[in-house]
Design a protein around this ligand. Structure first.
Ligand code: ADP
Ligand code: UDP
Length: 234
């Protein structure tokens, strides 16, 4: 199977079916636009297993996802999507870039979720954009943007319901959506502690911030998230 694309945390391979991809979760972890990098033996297994459980839960609750089949610990078979070239971010509690950009104190809970779009474009450093930019740049249509917001807010509610059961706060997260061959909007990529911020009841960070800020060993922290999710028998 041919390697189609190698990103920072996953590799996409073609399969015998042109509408399907094999996705391999790498053991690498990167931050700050790859300025900080490391490799841990069990990292890909942890993000894959966590993401697969979350996708299974979302699918059971009416969200269309790309996941077709778990092949093994680090590989999945997915529907090949035409990805929107945007990163979709939801923030429930202030952390990360919004604290620096707008001077909002980390930990401030927002009255309603904040929806953000970033243009996936390395040359320009994935800049934050608004709805008009997305439409003018032909990244989505106006109608697709309405649906993208609805799907994203639904995913946010479902993730909060799921993680509430584990006494974990969903601080913020990034998702990626794409179109399948029938032009339906489908959840792609991954949802894991690499792409979300999770805090426990004491606001201990259980996500990639442990790596970004040298707080804790990433794999032991991701293991905590996996064990808790596994306890729910999704
Ligand atoms: P990055 O490209 O940011 O380094 P990754 O290492 O996670 O990120 O690479 C995975 C790539 O695969 C991303 O560009 C993502 O948009 C893309 N992708 C994820 N799911 C699908 C899918 N179902 N179909 C096509 N592309 C996908
Ligand atoms: N995020 C991501 N990939 C990106 C940018 C952000 O998964 O390329 C996630 C990040 O892990 C966090 C949320 O999106 O859960 C919001 O990230 P933020 O804008 O605060 O950026 P950061 O400070 O993490 O770079």
């Amino acid at each position: 199977m041919a390697k189609l694309y190698e990103g920072k945390s996953k590799i996409c391979f073609s399969t015998e079916n042109q509408n399907e991809l094999k996705v391999y979760f790498k053991n690498d972890v990167t931050a700050f636009n790859s300025l900080k990098k490391a490799t841990y033996a069990s990292k890909g297994l942890l993000t894959a297993k966590i993401s697969n459980l979350i996708f299974k839960y979302l699918q059971l609750n009416g969200v269309k996802t790309h996941l077709i089949k778990v092949i093994d610990d680090q590989n999945i078979l997915v529907k090949k999507l035409k990805m929107f070239q945007v990163e979709i971010i939801i923030r429930n509690i202030a952390a990360g870039s919004i604290t620096k950009r707008l001077g909002i104190k980390e930990g401030t809970r927002f009255e309603r979720p904040i929806f953000e779009l970033c243009y996936k474009n390395d040359e320009f450093g994935d800049p934050l954009i608004n709805d008009d930019h997305a439409i003018i740049l032909n990244l989505t249509t106006e109608e697709q943007l309405v649906e993208i917001k609805n799907i994203t807010l639904k995913i946010n509610s479902l993730l909060q319901n799921l993680f509430n059961k584990l006494n974990i706060k969903v601080v913020d997260f990034k998702i990626e959506l794409g179109l399948d061959e029938s032009n339906h909007i489908i959840l792609g990529d991954e949802i894991s502690p690499d792409t979300c911020r999770f805090w426990d009841e004491d606001n201990r960070k259980l996500d990639k911030d442990c790596f970004r800020e040298d707080l804790d060993d990433v794999t032991s922290i991701y293991q905590i998230i996996l064990q808790k999710l596994e306890s729910l028998n999704i």
